[in-house]
Design a protein around this ligand. Structure first.
Ligand SMILES: [Zn+2]
Length: 255
């Protein structure tokens, strides 16, 4: 169980249960109902008397803090079952309805959600805005505090953006599945390795034998059974091509 590497401040709250008793499969986004820094929010959650916490906090400046390890259950959503399976995030907001958040906080929230999904094997965020789907994570894996307590949390601003948050996070998760150059290079090298043996068709047998007998091709190394490895199906570089031309030219007396 890991925590996000996006955090820049840690203040572990005593208001938690360790470890959580369920696998993480849900994200619950809250608003602080106040423009607290991640330090001041952490200082509140550090007080046992507050009886509250969240796994993460996001400030209006986009900075992210850790208050409860992901492996532990925060006291955040007024529901034990939800907090045992959800990663909870408090986002700094206005102190009045609709509890708007800054663009910096919103963007950081999306980065954090994508990171949580990646590390916890959540393939996508799903949101239908339907409290009857609580726990039905195949259809909806985002929950909100207002479903569990008589609260405005996460505020209409963030509540109405839940579909947008899911879409933006899913775009990031999908983007990460795209092939990187490095991964492609590795796969390309793997593919070439598969071609570097003596597998070939009978139609080329006469030509292959002639090329070997006449010193046109030598191959490289040996196959597992100790035969010279001619790598018949592998690629031919321009460098190798001119060497073949040159050997042929030597053979017919041109050089
Ligand atoms: Zn809340």
């Amino acid at each position: 169980m890991s925590n996000s590497s996006l955090i820049c401040h840690t203040n572990i709250s005593p208001n938690q249960n360790s470890p959580r008793n369920a696998t993480i499969d849900t994200i619950s986004i809250h608003c602080m109902a106040g423009n607290l820094t991640v330090e001041s929010c952490g200082a509140l959650f550090a007080q046992s008397s507050r009886g509250a916490s969240s796994n993460y906090g996001v400030g209006s400046d986009g900075r992210i803090a850790l208050y409860v390890d992901e492996g532990d259950r925060s006291w955040c959503t007024s529901d034990s079952s939800n907090d045992n399976r959800a990663v909870t995030i408090e986002v700094a907001s206005d102190s009045t309805d609709p509890y708007a958040v800054t663009d910096a906080a919103y963007n950081a929230l999306i980065e954090l959600c994508a990171d949580i999904c990646q590390r916890n094997g959540i393939s996508s965020l799903k949101w239908e805005g339907d409290s009857s789907l609580i726990g039905n994570v195949d259809r909806q894996n985002m929950t909100v505090h207002r479903w569990f307590a008589a609260k405005a949390c996460p505020g209409d601003y963030l509540y109405n953006l839940h579909g947008d948050i899911a879409a933006k996070v899913n775009e990031k998760l999908k983007g990460d599945e795209d092939m990187t150059q490095e991964a492609f290079n590795e796969k390309f090298a793997d593919m070439r390795k598969e071609l570097q043996d003596n597998d070939c068709g009978t139609w080329s047998e006469e030509a292959r034998q002639w090329a070997i007998d006449n010193g046109m091709i030598y191959g490289s190394g040996e196959t597992e059974d100790g035969q010279p490895n001619y790598m018949w199906a592998d690629l031919l570089t321009r460098e190798q091509m001119v060497v073949l031309f040159y050997r042929m030219a030597q053979k017919v007396g041109l050089v």
